[in-house]
Design a binder for this molecule. Structure first.
Ligand code: NAP
Length: 242
């Protein structure tokens, strides 16, 4: 049985750093993404440079059917494979004050950042439970802990993801599957483009944005055997910002 780690949204940002880190840790990495073929190919080459093995698996995490059929087809073509680590990382933000927010932007963020948890986790959970082994790591956000103005959609999705983490952790702990969330603050990726960096930095006790690798190192630790007794937790990586 060959063990794999699936990282959703692995083509860029935090997901890419997680793919590289898990590859260094010896996992075969499945790099999911939705549209950016070039970025995904770059992640794959960086995984290989790190001495690991990787595969690209393009599907939309907000589309339940697409998740089921892509993951089902992948498993059929890899009968001896077991995805023992799942990092639910893919996400988008569509910020606006609720007063002006279009329905489409509410639904897009809830689908991509919260429904994706169901769409991807559900098909992978049964094998984890049967093997009595698994690590589910959900990339939430500071926004889901405290709520941020201009992000009611994103705060709702990430807050829901945090609650789902705590609930599922209790369901599957007897089967040796752990479920944790990481709540990053501001991390230097494409997602924070357009934000007023100078003004935000002055509010962060560490006076800087975090690096994707600083989130990836925690995800990597949570995926190890040493982290077996940590479950149902939300761990912040935010430079002291609350
Ligand atoms: P990013 O640089 O914008 O990358 C987003 C990734 O998600 C890309 O790989 C993208 O794929 C993928 N993706 C988006 N929609 C998808 C979909 N429907 N199906 C599959 N993949 C999809 O973002 P990031 O900053 O690394 O964020 C990663 C996670 O951390 C997100 O959940 C985000 O909410 C969370 N987070 C980020 C920050 C931050 O400050 N950066 C803070 C807190 C939490 P393509 O390349 O194909 O578009």
């Amino acid at each position: 049985m060959t063990e794999y780690a699936l990282v959703t949204g692995g083509s860029r940002g935090i997901g890419r750093a997680v793919c590289i880190r898990l590859a260094r840790q010896g996992f075969n990495v499945i790099i999911n993404y939705v549209s950016n073929d070039e970025a995904a190919a770059l992640t794959l080459s960086q995984v290989e440079e790190a001495g690991g093995k990787g595969e690209l698996l393009k599907f939309d995490v907000s589309d339940c059917q697409a998740c089921a059929s892509s993951l089902g087809a992948w498993q059929e073509s890899h009968p001896d494979a077991f995805i023992s680590v799942l990092v639910n990382n893919a996400g988008v933000r569509k910020d606006n004050l609720l007063l002006w927010m279009e329905q489409e932007d509410w639904y897009r963020v809830i689908s991509t950042d919260l429904n994706s948890f169901y769409n991807v986790t559900r098909p992978l959970l049964q094998p984890m439970v049967l093997h009595k082994k698994g690590r589910i790591i959900n990339i939430a956000s500071l926004s889901g802990l405290k709520g941020l103005p201009g992000q009611t959609n994103y705060s709702a999705a990430k807050g829901g993801l945090i609650a789902a983490t705590k609930a599922l952790a209790q369901e599957v702990a007897p089967r040796k599957v752990t479920v944790n969330a990481i709540a990053p603050g501001f991390i230097d990726t494409d997602m924070v483009e357009g934000l007023d960096e100078d003004s935000l930095k002055s509010q962060i006790p560490a006076r800087r944005f975090g690096k994707p690798e600083e989130v990836a190192s925690l995800a990597a630790f949570l995926s190890t055997d040493e982290a077996a007794y940590i479950t149902g937790q939300v761990i912040s990586v935010n430079g002291g910002l609350y």
